[in-house]
Design a protein around this ligand. Structure first.
Ligand code: FEO
Ligand code: CA
Ligand code: CA
Ligand code: CA
Length: 626
């Protein structure tokens, strides 16, 4: 049965409804544990004024001193239905869900949420991770469409519940990826319709599975006995880009698309760890499209949950699911080169108590060389954080896990549990600083920290980079690899920021010293560094602006200085939305930012359906934006 209140819920909201937050627990212990930590930079990991007043006294001078690195006046929190940027900046909508990508597609029909037959020829729903590529003199944006808002996308169906295969196909075609050309004209930035590069990749697009898992028995289905020819990409969340100019799209909550028409059928043992359930998650694909019915096609869910490589410069190229990068609820894929040129990919698994991963290629990247196997041959590692501020990347190999290499690539969570990885507070985006060897991961929140184990039974003790039980607000962990080499197995770590609310709390919930009344936020999620080494932080949290979240307003984008620790609010999104996805124009004078699942009336006004959109932010004086 479908409860109308659960329509259009994000993965986070759905989970909250079905697995609500437990009661309060012991914060004194949290503070004591967290305060035993020493950061790289004095003051940055210290708690805010409340904690200091309690005698923890670690708010050191300099941590939040004014920095000349910010070229804008920070803006206040907002609770309204539109976008706000600092004085001297402008924003405009670049593209919305349902906007035609081709001249022969009819304009968006508000009454039906866009024509079903055009769903794979319009800009998809729920914009998320994106990257800009320069191909010749053209500018291409590759961008994810994470999931659908069924009540908005199928307004003519009761509660947005699919009633036939056509409805399911519409939803499948509204997700995946768009590759589109953008150009700057007299009216600002626009999408170039009918560009030779324009492409929609959906949940039906043929793609290849490569790497150690390709062809394995666990991936074979009746429709694909080869175990290497998949259809579609799923729940495309964050993004990445390679030095050789390809786009990486990351499959996150893929489990939700699968269900069983025979609810009594026994589900495969490995499903539980990934949350694949007979009842599904509300999409109802399995009722109309047997590929998603695990009582008929038990291998199909194992063909999702990967990082997929797409060449935006070749519209005919076949996307490749890179199994060597593991199968889990991938957030993004941050690619950096090791000192010797090997390719390092940092990846978070966004679920409570799951892990942070790193892939290191066997071969080095050589500009202009053959890159075909770089993401197929290498070693996956998982992070283990120690209380003393050090940590190690633990290799996942047959020797360390007792599993075969294909099994490690398909059942990666199970492999990581075998080596003693640190259970994390929902790893979202990873961003690597371009001006010094350090990585950052947003740990968005975790109501289960210190309360219950992850789905594999691994304990989630309070401590290390996850220092608060029942973590409401989230934090950002950073690490510096030994020898300033991202291929190194050893690293040092600290917490860059702990979000909190110092106006309400005097304990660890006050947050770290770089949280103040002017920059309150919760649930850091999207992150990207600009070329100057400033960290842009986007949020996907509680935007109720009350209770524990009072003063935080709508979801937003802030900028953090890694050196001073200072964080300032740059942008606020419309009520109901998540701000997610960020890239810059080639000349860095425009910034493209995603607005996902806004409430009406964004962006078209009263009486119109709310539409996820990419907005473009520019400076009125034409200066660069980072
Ligand atoms: Fe799609 Fe974890 O965010
Ligand atoms: Ca989202
Ligand atoms: Ca996210
Ligand atoms: Ca999130």
């Amino acid at each position: 049965m479908h409860d109308p209140d659960v329509l259009s819920l994000s993965a986070d909201e759905w989970d909250e409804l079905h697995d609500p937050r437990p009661g309060d627990c012991d914060f004194d212990r949290v503070v004591a544990l967290a305060m035993s930590r020493r950061g790289f930079l004095s003051g940055v990991v210290a708690f805010g004024s409340g904690a200091a007043a309690m005698g923890f006294g670690a708010v050191l001078p300099g941590a939040v001193e004014a920095s000349e690195r910010f070229g804008f006046t920070p803006i206040p929190a907002q609770t309204d239905g539109t976008v706000h940027v600092p004085e001297g900046y402008d924003w405009q909508v670049l593209v919305r869900w349902g906007d035609p990508l081709f001249e022969d597609v009819a304009a968006f029909d508000n009454a039906v949420g866009g024509a079903a037959g055009d769903a794979d020829r319009v800009f998809g729903e729920n914009t998320d991770g994106m990257e800009l590529f320069t191909v010749g003199d053209r500018h291409l944006i590759a961008v994810n469409h994470e999931y659908v808002n069924r009540d908005v996308n199928l307004p003519q169906r009761m509660d947005g519940v699919p009633e036939k295969l056509e409805d399911v196909r519409k939803l499948q075609n509204l997700q995946g990826v768009t590759v589109m050309e953008v150009s700057q004209g007299p009216d600002g930035w626009q999408v170039v319709k009918d560009s030779p590069y324009t492409r929609r990749i959906t949940q039906l697009t043929p793609m290849r599975i490569s790497g150690p898992a390709a062809g394995h028995d666990l991936l074979r289905t009746d429709a694909d006995p080869s175990g290497s020819e998949a259809l579609g990409t799923f729940n495309n969340c964050g993004s990445g880009r390679t030095p050789w100019g390809t786009y990486l799209t990351c499959e996150e909550n893929f489990n939700g698309y699968f269900g069983a028409t025979d609810e009594a059928a026994a589900l495969a043992e490995d499903y539980a760890r990934y949350g694949i359930r007979a009842e599904g998650r509300g999409y109802d694909y399995h009722k109309y499209d047997a590929r998603f019915d695990v009582s008929k096609n038990p291998g199909e869910p194992r063909r999702a949950g990967y990082v997929v490589e797409i060449d935006p410069a070749d519209p005919k190229s076949v996307p490749v699911k890179r199994s060597a990068l593991g199968r889990f609820k991938h957030e993004n894929a941050e690619v950096v080169l090791a000192r010797d040129g090997r390719v390092v990919v940092y990846m978070g698994d966004d679920e409570r108590g799951e892990f942070l991963y790193k892939f290191v290629s066997d071969a080095a990247y050589v500009p202009g060389g053959d890159t075909a196997a770089l993401l197929d041959e290498g070693t996956l590692h998982v992070a283990q954080f120690h209380e003393d501020g050090t940590g190690r990347w633990l290799p996942l190999t047959p020797e360390t896990t007792g599993m075969t290499l294909p099994e490690i690539c398909i059942l990666t969570r199970q492999a990581a549990s075998k080596v003693g990885a640190t259970t994390m507070d929902r790893p979202e985006w990873v961003a690597v600083n371009p001006v010094m060897a350090e990585g950052y991961c947003a740990l968005t929140n975790n109501k289960n920290r210190g309360i219950k184990p992850n789905a594999g039974g691994d304990e989630t003790p309070v401590g290390g980079p996850n220092p608060r039980a029942e973590n409401l607000y989230g934090q950002i962990v950073r690490w510096r690899p030994k020898g300033a080499d991202h291929a190194a197995e050893a690293f040092d770590w600290d917490l860059y920021v702990m979000a909190g609310n110092p106006a309400l709390h005097q304990d660890a919930r006050a947050g770290s010293a770089n949280i103040n009344a002017g920059n309150l936020f919760n649930s850091p999620d999207g992150m990207a560094f600009d070329s100057s080494g400033l960290l842009w932080i986007q949020t996907d949290g509680d935007d109720g602006n009350d209770g524990d979240f009072a003063g935080m307003g709508n979801n937003q984008m802030l900028v953090g200085d890694p050196v001073s620790g200072r964080i300032e609010r740059f942008m606020t999104g419309p009520k109901g939305s998540e701000v997610t996805g960020l890239c810059w124009s080639a000349d860095r004078r425009a910034m493209f930012v995603g607005i996902q699942h806004p409430d009406a009336p964004f962006p078209d006004g009263e009486g119109r359906l709310p539409r996820s959109s990419i907005v473009v932010i520019t400076r009125r004086d034409g200066a660069v934006l980072g």
